[in-house]
Design a protein around this ligand. Structure first.
Ligand code: GDP
Ligand code: MG
Length: 333
């Protein structure tokens, strides 16, 4: 398999590599050319790790923390993550390929159906499963079914420990230990980073011996267009109210680098109803302005250059039921 074209690398984006532009933003972690395989050869352990769990437990936050870059968007709404997202971390002779999955929930439309299948297939294809949960003693039936179906060993991650007292964790650990034999149980906070280094060293120990799957500076298999579209969707999820965000899809229509070194991006936010369009645009365009300007900040951070962003809003009725449209957005197997 040839991943080269599709891989989003540390410090560079695929389009800028074609233009041979030097990226000096925070994204760069050591210069490497496409053919630099020196580091890759030092990789002696490698494997795939599925991050699964209920919606909103912090799976995507954990992925970003582990990889050290924002490759998955985060919001306090359930079902933020729609696709299976790869995050890649190569360090100390080990390459870990993380699969961030949509939360396990009951599907209500074709998009939801696709999301559940993504999460479900992930636990059957990996070397290790990370079951992420919150510090409560109630075990959800979907968690039990993941444990039952997983062919790989499972590490339990109790996330958001910053929200509870230490003593409360004992009960949680006991409850989970009673239903499954975990390889390890680790309390962490993806938000503060507490416990994440310990988690990483456990993961490395669990990986089988083997060479790297991706170049050592790869971060994700998403294209820059996908990442930019996701940044806009994240802001829409955070800023918009109630049911509107779940009916939103984002497409990058134009992505262009100018001589001056700036990047010009045109994006379309699709929604399902005329009334939603009004809400997204807001009074005098105020809402759309908020969404666009905060997305632009993330884009500039990622690309390490100035970004001009224009965003349009269009109505596309029932897009969540349209196979052709879902395919166009990349929601396909
Ligand atoms: P996912 O649906 O499982 O991918 O969850 P997200 O990563 O999108 O996070 C859901 C919400 O939980 C967001 O508002 C995060 O900021 C929040 N969150 C994630 N990790 C932590 C944590 O360790 N502590 C606290 N307090 N909140 C967290
Ligand atoms: Mg998520």
């Amino acid at each position: 398999m040839d991943f080269e074209g599709a891989v989003f690398r540390k410090g560079t984006v695929t389009f800028t590599m074609r233009l041979q532009r030097d990226m000096s933003g925070i994204f760069r972690k050591g210069k490497q050319s496409m053919n630099d395989t020196k580091q890759d050869k030092q990789v002696v352990r490698s494997g795939f790790v599925a991050i699964v769990g209920k919606p909103n437990v912090g799976k995507s936050t954990l992925l970003n923390r582990l990889v050290g870059q924002k490759v998955a968007i985060v919001s306090n709404r359930p079902q933020t993550t729609r696709n299976r997202i790869l995050g890649i971390l190569t360090q100390d002779g080990c390459q870990l390929v993380f699969l961030d999955t949509p939360g396990l929930h009951r599907p209500r439309n074709r998009l939801g159906d696709y999301m559940v299948r993504q999460a479900d297939s992930a636990v059957r294809e990996v070397d290790l499963v990370l079951l992420v949960t919150e510090p409560t003693e109630q075990i959800d039936p979907v968690e039990l079914s993941v444990l039952k179906r997983s062919a790989a060993p499972v590490v339990l991650v109790i996330n958001k420990v910053d929200t509870v007292k230490r003593e409360a964790l004992l009960g949680v650990i006991a409850a989970y230990a009673a239903v499954h034999e975990f390889e390890a149980v680790l309390p962490i906070s993806a938000r503060t980073g507490e416990g994440v280094d310990e988690l990483l060293s456990v993961l490395v120990q669990q990986m089988p011996e083997g060479p790297a799957f991706f170049p050592s500076d790869a971060l994700t298999d998403q294209t820059e267009r996908q990442l930019l579209a996701e940044f806009i969707r994240e802001k829409a999820l955070r800023i918009l109210d109630k049911e509107v965000p779940h009916s939103v899809a984002v497409e990058i229509e134009r992505f262009e680098q100018r001589e001056t070194g700036t990047v010009h991006v045109s994006a379309v936010i699709y929604c399902e109803r005329e009334s939603h369009k009004g809400i997204i645009i807001g009074k005098g365009g105020a809402m759309l302005k908020r969404i666009a300007s905060s997305a632009r900040v993330d884009m500039e951070r990622l690309l390490g250059c100035k970004v001009f962003l224009e965003v349009f809003v269009k109505v596309k009725q029932n897009w969540r039921e349209s196979d052709a449209f879902l395919k166009n957005l990349g929601y396909t197997e």
